[in-house]
Design a protein around this ligand. Structure first.
Ligand code: GTS
Length: 221
């Protein structure tokens, strides 16, 4: 074993993409195994690798971790991206849950039948519920990062969310000048800059092929 964390998930974003972002931001190299068949998934279950028979699975420090939130908190804490005390950690948690809720709307979008998709609602939530909060926080304290004047998980996930919404609506930051500057600044952090370049382990937006693979792997017999 290489000692690098190993990520087992589909070859697509879904619930694993934030973990890829966080590891990349921390400058940690990782390996990936892509789920492509039902047999692969069933073998993982048979081998006892999946505590709740679900992926994402991240093998790290001798553990087989499942549950996205637990995985992300562990990585954030391990790599010093989780604040300096409990109060900073609480703030980071709140900001991360906010961006997580927004990204959750986009993640489910690809799996929603076209007639039931509501892109307008996503843009409305981004521009009236979520982005104003981060714009205000950054404006009020005037610092470079969301929490404690230090780069954290909250910054990584906010950038991920901004880019995801921009893929759907490129002008979405037009009324958020502070977030525009934040986006430019965080995108320029060397580890993130590298992750944003072509050829990195960052995954593209979901396409029909990705959705079909997920449906096939989880199809009941
Ligand atoms: N709370 C879990 C987490 O956040 O990790 C939910 C994990 C989950 O629902 N995973 C799905 C799964 O394994 C795959 S996906 O939604 O990420 O594509 N589903 C199979 C099952 O039987 O629940």
């Amino acid at each position: 074993m290489s000692g690098k964390p190993k990520l087992t998930y589909f070859n697509g974003r879904g619930r694993m993409e934030s973990t890829r972002w966080l590891l990349a931001a921390a400058g940690v190299e990782f390996e990936e195994e892509f789920l492509e068949t039902k047999e692969q998934y069933q073998k993982l279950i048979k081998d006892g690798a999946l505590l709740f028979d679900q992926v994402p699975l991240v093998e790290i420090d001798g553990m087989k971790m499942v549950q996205t939130r637990a995985i992300l908190s562990y990585i954030a804490a391990k790599y010093n991206l989780y604040g300096k005390d409990l109060k900073e950690r609480a703030l980071i948690d709140m900001y991360v849950e906010g961006t997580g809720d927004l990204m959750g709307m986009i993640i489910t979008f690809a799996f929603t039948p076209p007639k039931e998709r509501n892109l307008a609602l996503i843009i409305e939530r981004a521009t009236t519920r979520y982005f104003p909060v981060y714009e205000k926080v950054l404006k009020q304290h005037g610092q470079e990062f969301l929490v404690g004047n230090r780069f954290s998980w909250a910054d990584v996930q906010l950038l991920e969310a901004i880019l995801m919404v921009e893929e759907k609506e490129p002008t979405v930051l037009s009324k958020f000048p502070v977030l525009q500057a934040f986006k430019a600044r965080i995108s320029n952090i060397p580890t993130i800059k590298k992750f944003l370049q072509p050829g990195s382990q960052r995954k593209p937006p979901p396409d029909d092929q990705y959705v079909a693979t997920v449906m096939e792997v989880f199809k009941k017999d």
